[in-house]
Design a protein around this ligand. Structure first.
Ligand SMILES: [Zn+2]
Length: 123
């Protein structure tokens, strides 16, 4: 999965379609899955559910607690920081062995996925 915590994404389906908000957490697909596919994301204010809380000593008022539930990563598109479009992401290798994400619309680099190999050791 190419989406990372802190990215701004646009929701493409469901009740929150069209919403642009920040990714609060990512849950990668199960091991052995195809890279870049599967996984879930928690998006701020999207797919919110309410938990009703009974009155207790800790919480004398009781009430409701809102909480975002994860949605499928395939239902969101990252909003490119360079061109502002909701776009699919690509990944490519750099000459020094690192891996970067890029916008498929404008080709801008959108952050490092893996550092170059040369700097992996030592330091
Ligand atoms: Zn772009």
């Amino acid at each position: 999965m190419l989406i990372k915590t802190g990215d701004i994404v646009e929701v493409r389906s469901g009740n929150d379609r069209g919403t642009r908000a920040k990714v609060l957490a990512v849950r990668p697909a199960k091991p052995g899955g195809k890279p870049g596919h599967g996984g879930k994301v928690v998006v701020e204010g999207v797919n919110r559910v309410y938990r009703h809380i009974r009155r207790s000593q800790k919480n004398p008022q009781g009430g409701r607690l809102s909480k975002e539930m994860p949605i499928d990563a395939s239902n969101v598109l990252m909003v490119c920081t360079a061109c502002g479009k909701a776009t699919r992401l690509g990944a490519r290798l750099t000459a020094d062995g690192g891996k970067v994400r890029f916008c498929r619309a404008c080709n801008a680099e959108l952050g490092t996925l893996r550092r170059p190999r040369a700097t992996a050791k030592g330091g």
